[in-house]
Write a protein that binds this ligand. Structure first.
Ligand SMILES: CC(C)(COP(=O)(O)OP(=O)(O)OC[C@H]1O[C@@H](n2cnc3c(N)ncnc32)[C@H](O)[C@@H]1OP(=O)(O)O)[C@@H](O)C(=O)NCCC(=O)NCCSC(=O)C[C@H](O)C(=O)O
Ligand SMILES: [Mg+2]
Length: 279
């Protein structure tokens, strides 16, 4: 699975932002046709998204968030993108597993599908939505925390307290079916400390990355969802300890007073495999 530490949304109706994102260091860029685009700008935004996908030349992986198929624009979005070569479709407000299956038959051939979890119905159907990955190009569950706050009636709560059970449930559903789990946006993009704290919380819950709305949020997200120097050092020590002759034939060994097992070795090897060469 490609990294998705930083997933930057931008309105497909904003040509300056499209130009800018070509060289930004986010892992994924999502051209938005949905909520960031006013109804009267939908048609021009759709044309701009198709043109951008066709032109290519983006450093990040490029995706397009379409409008819902229950809106006046969703079908036209899919039709326009059909032959564009788009590699990633983000579907908003996926309410249940049936919606995933229905979308799967209609996304352009070869494109991956990311499902946005942002309605109370989707929260209640998380296991089935994630299970639909076995027969569809579903690749990620992505939280839409703004819509969730409205749908659940929570408002902006300190430390995202009311959302915590759903953060854990979304990650569990994604993990059970080999999907990426992407956390929602942090709206206050001038508050770097707040973003860093929320990224740390998301990492603690097990998310692979965070949805972003502004270029200034990319570096903090990339840092938060990359292994720290301490984690890398611990992983190297663990691999070395299991490679030592005295560990031969053992399933569990002692390092620094703690028990570690071969499942920890496998996790350490996975972490080291994700590192840039030379780190
Ligand atoms: C939030 C913004 C409207 C702020 O825009 P602006 O005031 O123009 O910001 P800046 O002046 O600081 O911009 C500086 C330069 O950076 C470019 N820029 C800004 N944002 C982006 C971006 N997201 N991607 C790429 N480039 C960007 C500006 O063009 C300036 O460039 P230049 O003039 O050349 O120097 C704006 O940041 C914005 O529109 N953000 C994205 C909003 C969006 O896409 N929202 C929809 C997705 S979020 C969501 O809905 C999640 C979910 O559905 C839920 O329910 O939670
Ligand atoms: Mg939303």
């Amino acid at each position: 699975m490609r990294p998705a530490r930083s997933v930057l949304f931008l309105p497909a109706s904003n040509p300056r932002a499209i130009d800018k994102v070509r060289s930004l260091p986010c892992d994924v860029a999502i051209l938005d046709l949905e909520d960031a685009v006013a109804p009267e700008a939908k048609s021009d935004a759709r044309a701009a998204a198709v043109e951008a996908v066709r032109a290519g030349g983006f450093a990040p992986r490029l995706g397009v968030r379409i409008n819902g198929l229950d809106t006046p624009w969703g079908e036209a979005d899919l039709a326009a993108l059909a032959a564009s070569g788009v590699q990633l479709i983000v579907a908003p407000k996926v309410d249940d597993a049936a919606a995933v299956r229905s979308l799967a038959g209609r996304v352009p051939a070869g494109a991956a599908l990311w499902a946005m979890i942002e309605t109370p119905g989707a929260l209640l159907d998380l296991p089935a939505i994630a299970r639909a990955a076995s027969a569809t190009p579903l690749e990620a569950l992505m939280l839409g925390v703004n819509d969730l706050a409205v749908g659940l009636g929570t408002g902006a709560a300190p430390d995202r307290e009311p959302l915590k059970p759903w953060l854990a449930a979304a990650v569990a559903a994604a993990r059970a079916h080999g999907l990426l789990a992407i956390d929602g946006v942090y709206n206050d993009f001038a508050d770097a400390d707040g973003l860093t704290a929320e990224c740390a919380q998301a990492r603690l819950f097990g998310f692979d990355g965070k949805s972003l709305i502004h270029p200034s949020q990319i570096e903090p997200a990339n840092a938060a969802f990359s292994p720290s120097a301490e984690e890398v050092a611990q992983a190297r020590a663990l691999v070395a300890a299991f490679a030592a002759p005295e560990a031969a034939g053992k399933g569990a060994i002692r390092i620094d007073g703690r028990m570690v097992e071969r499942l920890h070795l496998a996790a350490a090897e996975r972490l080291l495999a994700r590192l840039d060469p030379g780190r």
